[in-house]
Design a protein around this ligand. Structure first.
Ligand code: GLN
Length: 309
């Protein structure tokens, strides 16, 4: 049954692909094929269900914000992290500078660029790229994750807006240390190449409360998982997070590379690849697949009387 509903969701999602377009503000991303769409589900009982382009590698982009936030919470703790960044949805685009300049010194949340760059700046003195890469491989249960140099280079040469965010943070006394190296580390993390399967692996670990179900190894504390999932729920789909909370109701994080990573507590991780994006930057096929799955399987966090999955 889970198989069949996932296949239906995939077919449904494909119907939306021509309504979106691939990101092109990072030139290398414009090479993506908009008709690709893949979904992988990893249940906590070890079942794996896949349809479409699930082994195609693409860059993780904003979904890396989940990993860096998790690392910061593990290494620095809740109080330190949230004395630098707030936990409120911004309602603005992911790369907006508006509220940071006018409304608050601390970025609104760690799921937007300003918040993620701030968190990376905090992490930089205690954690380098290699450690973050190893952590990403572990969380995604994918040892083949590497940095895609072409995307990294493409974003580095066009990343003035992110550098502007970094300098604004520094001018407000929020970001300490070297701005350019913090933004460089942020871009490296956005350039990690993953698959829908890797994202399902990450979602599965979050759904399991921080434990890798296959090995029973604890990789995140339960509190880190709770904080990360809440911020995914309220802020993870950019300025469409509120609508997604109503229509889908599953903590999810998207990236402009076309990925979405979702987790259904105690039940499953979901990884999606579909580079055709809606106007906010979310995978258009992916968001619609999630809505279909949520309704059919009763996965909404506020659905009473859970289904069997
Ligand atoms: N690297 C991208 C950027 O900073 C990530 C954005 C995203 O996926 N929304 O613009």
């Amino acid at each position: 049954m889970l198989d069949e509903i996932t296949r239906q969701a995939w077919l449904y999602g494909r119907g939306f692909l021509l309504n979106g377009k691939v990101a092109d503000y990072i030139p290398e991303l414009s090479k993506a094929n908009p008709v690709y769409l893949g979904i992988c589900i990893k249940t906590l009982s070890g079942e794996m269900i896949e349809f479409g382009d699930v082994s195609h590698r693409f860059t993780i982009q904003s979904i890396s914000k989940v990993i860096t936030l998790a690392m910061a919470l593990e290494k620095l703790g809740y109080d330190e992290v949230f004395s630098h960044v707030m936990m409120e949805p911004s309602g603005d685009a992911f790369n907006s500078i508006l509220k940071l300049d006018t409304a608050s010194n601390r970025p609104y949340n760690p799921m937007i660029n300003a918040g993620a760059i701030d968190v990376i700046g905090l992490l930089a003195p205690v954690c380098d790229f290699d450690e973050l890469l190893a952590f990403s491989r572990k969380l995604c249960q994918d040892d083949e994750i590497t940095m895609d140099f072409d995307v990294y280079h493409s974003e580095s040469v066009t990343g003035d807006r992110n550098r502007a965010i970094g300098y604004l943070l520094k001018s407000k006394g929020v970001l300490h240390g070297d701005v350019l190296s913090a933004v460089d580390l942020y871009i490296r993390m956005c350039s990690l190449s993953v698959t829908a399967r890797s994202l399902a692996g990450l979602g599965q670990v979050l759904a399991a409360g921080g434990v890798i179900p296959d090995t029973e190894e604890r990789v995140l504390s339960a509190n880190t998982v709770r904080v990360v999932q809440t911020l995914m729920f309220t802020c993870g789909m950019y300025d469409r997070s509120g609508e997604m909370a109503v229509r889908v109701g599953i903590p999810s994080k998207s990236g402009v590379g076309g990925g979405i990573m979702s987790c259904v507590t105690d039940r499953m991780g979901i990884g999606i690849y579909g580079p055709s994006l809606d106007e906010k930057g979310n995978s258009i096929g992916g968001a619609n697949m999630l809505e279909y799955l949520s309704k059919e399987l009763r996965l909404h966090v506020f659905d009473a009387g859970k289904g069997i999955w």
